[in-house]
Write a protein that binds this ligand. Structure first.
Ligand code: NAP
Length: 252
């Protein structure tokens, strides 16, 4: 019998960084991929770069906005088919020491990591339940374990883990798995901007970080894309509600 693995994937925050690498990997794995991002120009460049790998649809949308999310998911259904793979990846940081952290810093981070993951998952889940098959992968972070200057982000990324486990419990009966990946330091514009904010040269910053990592190097977006590929592929069909730390280090 033919392999009936899910075929239509949505990746949020896919214009660059981890999301772009995930989209590239899923296309190479034979899925059709809708790439959603706020940054339309960067998104077009990425979709153009990946188009040769398979059906890639770029949709410019802010995943914090319910109407934009509903429209984006409807477009995926119309143009590619019913989505049964979802990677909630879009995000940014608004770091500040807690005593300096504003309510705006806090709300911004809850919006992009938790509200957005809720909205997109809510819009996609009916297609998974109907297909009796689905894979949800949420991008958490080692910051979920606590990190200086990231009270907001740490809280949101820990929240993503609770969200993931609960989705696994509720949606398992519909053949849907939900797992999270908690990356460590990955070389992207996000970590580049952290170095810039700290006024440290990015190469020096990476070298300093690498010295604290058992594998002796910082991560690349493809390191995370490989874990997504596993969680979306046939070999992980009995894995659900898990958080996989991909940090080059053991974590507690
Ligand atoms: P990145 O290079 O900054 O890429 C994130 C992408 O998400 C950007 O293209 C961004 O667009 C987009 N985005 C942000 N808010 C959005 C929204 N509301 N709607 C749609 N798209 C939105 O970041 P990254 O390092 O690849 O991070 C990806 C995910 O991994 C994030 O959830 C991050 O928290 C997580 N993570 C990263 C690391 C790391 O070390 N890099 C470690 C652990 C976890 P704009 O550029 O227009 O904002």
């Amino acid at each position: 019998m033919a392999n009936r693995s899910p075929r239509i994937a949505i990746v949020t925050g896919a214009a660059r960084g981890i999301g772009a690498a995930v989209a590239e990997r899923l296309l190479s794995d034979g899925l059709s991929v809708a790439l959603i991002d706020m940054d339309g120009d960067a998104l077009s460049t990425t979709v153009e770069r990946l188009a040769g790998l398979g059906p890639a649809l770029g949709i410019t949308a802010d995943v914090r906005d319910p109407a934009a999310v509903d429209a984006a998911v409807a477009r995926v259904r119309d143009d590619l088919g019913a989505p049964t793979v979802l990677v909630n990846n879009a995000g940014y940081i608004r770091d500040n020491l807690f005593h300096k952290m504003t309510l705006e810093n806090w709300d911004d981070i809850m919006d992009v990591h938790l509200r957005a993951a809720f909205l997109v998952t809510h819009a996609v889940q009916p297609y998974m339940s109907e297909a009796k098959s689905g894979r949800i992968v949420n991008i958490s972070s080692i910051a979920a374990l606590g990190n200086r200057g990231q009270a907001n982000y740490s809280t949101a990324k820990a929240g993503i883990q609770g969200f993931t486990r609960t989705l696994a419990i509720e949606l398992g009966r519909f053949g849907v798995t939900a797992n999270a990946i908690a990356p460590g330091f990955i070389e992207t514009d996000m970590t580049r901007s952290t170095a810039a904010r700290m006024r440290v040269d990015f190469d020096d910053f990476k070298e300093q970080v690498a010295q604290q990592i058992a594998l002796g190097r910082v991560g690349q977006p493809s390191d995370i894309a490989g874990v997504v590929s596993f969680l979306v592929g046939p070999d992980s069909s009995y894995v659900t509600g898990q958080v996989i730390y991909a940090a080059g280090n053991p974590t507690v």
